[in-house]
Ligand binder design. Structure first.
Ligand code: CP
Ligand code: NVA
Length: 313
């Protein structure tokens, strides 16, 4: 909560610690969040957010992000308000900037899910409290930290490893590319040409020294990979569903493709999944799949992100 009554003397106020994208943070910060998340998987952990309130604002549907943030805030001793963008004056045209200014007088942090990155940026620019990105059409940073935590639980440090992405280079894939640059692992993506990673992100990654490989061939991308990832062919912000399904149909992760990866490779998917489309049931429900651990780790990572933005770690 930020108010004229509680604000420190002019010049001493620190800017809010937003969590908007993986690429905004250095390896030490990401590692601190990941280490805290691992330490807080146990039932008993500190409750450093007592007296604090988090607002969750959803412009798009959610199961995992909503429930894991809500439970995370409560486990840390804090309180939560869950709002649908459509039920707020936002839905009748109140600006995001004004919403951010008002919300900052009531709550201590805001998590936003929206289909337009410009809305996320406007919220962050005008909020006096931390803003957390709970997904835009461009990125899904909280998901990817949970994914990395899951990889490391199963296969050890991710630095130097090869991770494969098969399908649409969507919001989740883009956050993975950013993570590869900062945490030092190889990301190999197999996508149709129309759904390849954007050039500006690849240019940024190259400049950051990242090892990013792109191909049209799923078998090439997964060769030697310790983890195979995919996601839905039609994301919440996408409108060209039929065209996407046609272009992406050769990119299903099935048993034959998993056999082309490293022998101990794991399979991850942020969920929700469509069995028979981007992933075969035998893979997501099979022995290499760690999707339920991955979903659980959203909870632990959210706790660590909340503690970090609220300067409790
Ligand atoms: N993976 C994920 O963000 O799931 P939800 O859309 O259910 O929040
Ligand atoms: N790429 C998906 C992720 C859902 C959690 C979407 O944006 O719909």
């Amino acid at each position: 909560m930020s108010s004229a009554l509680t604000k420190p003397a002019s010049g001493t106020a620190r800017p809010p610690r937003h969590f908007l994208d993986i690429k905004d943070h250095d390896a030490a910060t990401l590692r601190r969040i990941l280490d805290t998340a691992s330490a807080w998987t146990r039932a008993a952990h500190p409750r450093p957010l007592a007296g604090r309130t988090l607002a969750l604002i959803f412009g798009k549907p959610s199961t995992r992000t909503r429930v894991s943030f809500e439970v995370a805030m409560r486990q840390l001793g804090g309180d939560v308000i869950v709002l649908s963008g459509n039920d707020m004056q936002l839905g009748r045209g109140e600006s995001i900037a004004d919403t951010a200014r008002v919300m900052s007088r009531y709550v201590d942090a805001i998590m936003l899910r929206t289909d337009r990155v410009a809305k996320m940026e406007e919220m962050a620019a005008h909020a006096a409290v931390p803003v957390i990105n709970g997904l835009t059409e461009r990125s899904h940073p909280c998901q990817v930290l949970a994914d990395i935590m899951t990889f490391e639980q199963h296969l050890g440090p991710i630095a130097g490893q090869k991770i494969a992405w098969v399908g649409d280079a969507n919001n989740v894939a883009r956050s993975w590319i950013e993570a590869a640059a900062i945490l030092g692992f190889t990301m190999s993506l197999a996508t149709p040409s129309d759904y390849a990673p954007p050039r500006d992100l690849l240019a940024w990654a190259a400049k950051a020294g990242a090892k990013i490989e792109t191909t049209r061939d799923p078998a090439e991308a997964v060769a030697g990979a310790r983890c195979v990832l995919t996601d839905v062919w039609v994301s919440m912000a996408d409108e060209d569903a039929d065209r996407r399904r046609a272009a992406l149909s050769p990119y299903q992760v099935n048993t034959a493709l998993m056999q082309a990866a490293a022998a101990d490779a794991i399979f991850m998917h942020c969920l929700p999944a469509h069995r028979g489309e981007e992933v075969a049931a035998e893979v997501i429900d099979g022995p290499q799949s760690v999707v339920w651990d991955e979903a659980e780790n959203r909870l632990h990572v959210q706790k660590a992100i909340l503690a970090w933005v609220l300067r409790a770690i």
